[in-house]
Design a protein around this ligand. Sequence first.
Ligand SMILES: Nc1ncnc2c1ncn2[C@@H]1O[C@H](COP(=O)(O)OP(=O)(O)O)[C@@H](O)[C@H]1O
Ligand SMILES: [Mg+2]
Length: 240
Amino acid sequence: MLKINNLVVSYGGIEALKGIDLEVEEGKIVTLVGANGAGKSTTLRTIMGLVKPVSGSILYDGKDLLKEKTQNLTRYGLNLVPEGRRVFADLTVLENLKIGAYCRKDTKGIKEDLEWVFSLFPILKERVWQLSGTLSGGEQQMLAVGRALMARPRLLMMDEPSLGLAPLIVKDIFRIIQEIHKQGVTILLIEQNANAALHIADVGYVMETGRITLKGSGKELLTNEEVKAAYLGHSVKKVI
Ligand SMILES: Nc1ncnc2c1ncn2[C@@H]1O[C@H](COP(=O)(O)OP(=O)(O)O)[C@@H](O)[C@H]1O
Ligand SMILES: [Mg+2]
């Protein structure tokens, strides 16, 4: 579904991605884990066309994404929940969700998906008229995910959805990611919480300073000694 080949990205001469290969097969949960600054967000931003690579290729359903405009990607079913839960603070929950469906015209489908989002996140239904800026961090993250779902994505990319959230909410978020996946959405999940991410992932990639250093099934990476030492230390709490 998504295939990245030898992708190099540089910010003002400093290479943030030093030639990465990554593949997302349809129907899978794929996770990219790694420390702060490894290049995870850069990878997602490049897929979305927000950063231009120096070289390499990104194919989505055989389409060359580097030739596509960012605003068209939603139409192809490609959606990103960016880092830092960026919701429109001055708009209500409902308005934010409707914005997620901006490129759709199927009123009936939009209504169905709104109900779907409310069933995943009942708290959003209770707060449809609330200004989004006044939601808690966890609620804003749920809204950011809900808004992306309103575009009816085929491939949903999430950049650190659990960052800065209380453990119980983190648990909720991972449960909901699995639920979304069960409904047929392919997931590319970026996480610093390697433990939780690898637990739910079919395939995991480990990234270190702009390079992919390991690839394996979620299970394999969870039991890999290097991964354990670097990312699954005793201080990491098991959340699921
Ligand atoms: N807009 C930018 N300008 C310059 N350097 C950047 C920019 N964004 C990220 N970087 C640098 O690129 C590297 C990778 O960053 P990032 O992709 O955000 O990592 P991660 O998401 O894994 O924490 C870091 O060294 C970071 O400082
Ligand atoms: Mg990041």
